[in-house]
Write a protein that binds this ligand. Structure first.
Ligand code: CDT
Length: 306
């Protein structure tokens, strides 16, 4: 048995006027609650330090610089890192990253229980639109604010297991899970901000919770891995977002799920050896996969009708 007690630390809304200091205080509160539940790893949502700013468009992108972090930790985020190290709890935190060379990424950082930074993951699949679409009730201009990362999906030895990361829209793409599955991933950490209203096709609105569970449970099962999906939910600046944070087993079963759309911590003890029940049987990749007939997966982007 390799038990890892993991916490999904869901956030309720962060409004535009909430400053970083108050948000970090909320994160520390959730961290302490997770610690009181004996969690060793606490997973926070995507863009967990600010409101979901891609819902507004600015003509000059530098006007949005204040939403991004230029260092991690910074003076304002350091108390979270210090408290986690003091408690001996690791964490995964999503934030907007502005690099020294001026690149903008939607990023998650993974920090071990001793305070060591394990890795940064930068979002690969960037949804939404590049340009201002004034007819929308709210923007989802992630493709304006973030560069899609070309670094791909890593898996790192940490927390006595093999840990991978993805961010929000990545969870809808089977390739995200499979690339990590092919590196022996045992737990995938995923923060998200998912508006309940999907502007391009509102018929999907009532299915948001179903689709969220569908993709993460399938990805877990098909790759023999735990998945921890953590929301920033509730009504943020008038936009209602999905909560439903959950911890999913390699069987595809949900072990723990939030019941509110506000700040809430749920935990589950995850035996990472459970992954082998799936990795060594039905999903024994080495025995059963047929990469020689999967060429289209990496050779083309859109579907080709011949
Ligand atoms: N943050 C993020 O990636 N959200 C998307 C919303 C749908 S695309 C407008 C998601 O896949 O949940």
């Amino acid at each position: 048995m390799r038990n890892l007690n993991v916490a999904a630390a869901q956030l309720g809304p962060i409004q535009k006027t909430d400053d970083r200091k108050s948000v970090v205080a909320r994160l520390i509160g959730l961290l302490r609650e997770a610690d009181s539940k004996k969690a060793e790893l606490v997973v926070f949502p995507e863009l967990a330090l600010t409101t979901f700013f891609p819902r507004w468009f600015v003509d000059d992108i530098t006007q949005a610089d204040h939403w991004y972090e230029t260092e991690m930790p910074s003076t304002v985020t350091k108390p979270l890192f210090d408290e986690a190290k003091k408690l001996g709890v690791g964490f995964c935190l999503g934030y907007a990253e502005l690099t020294a060379s001026g690149e903008r990424f939607n990023t998650q950082i993974l920090v071990e229980r001793d305070g060591r930074t394990v890795a940064k993951y930068r979002k690969v699949h960037i949804p939404g639109h590049e340009h201002h679409e004034p007819d929308r009730p709210f923007q989802h201009a992630e493709r304006y604010y973030f560069t899609p990362s070309n670094e791909g999906f890593g898996v790192w030895p940490a927390f006595n297991g093999r840990i991978g990361m993805m961010i929000c829209n990545d969870r809808r793409w089977p390739e995200s899970y499979r690339v990590m599955g092919l590196q022996g991933v045992e737990m995938i950490l995923c923060g998200y901000n998912t508006p309940l209203h999907y502007v391009p096709d509102p018929s999907q609105d009532v299915l948001q919770g179903f689709h969220n569970a569908l993709v993460m449970q399938s990805g877990a099962y098909q790759n023999g891995t735990f998945v921890v999906g953590v929301a920033k939910g509730g009504v943020e600046e008038g936009v209602d977002s999905l909560a439903d944070s959950s911890i999913i087993a390699p069987s595809g079963e949900i072990l723990a799920k939030t019941i509110t759309n506000g700040d809430e911590v749920v935990t589950a003890v995850c035996d990472l050896d459970w992954c082998n029940n799936y990795k060594n049987t039905l999903f024994d990749f080495n025995r059963y996969r047929r990469p020689e007939v999967y060429g289209r997966i990496t050779n083309q982007r859109g579907s080709v009708i011949e």
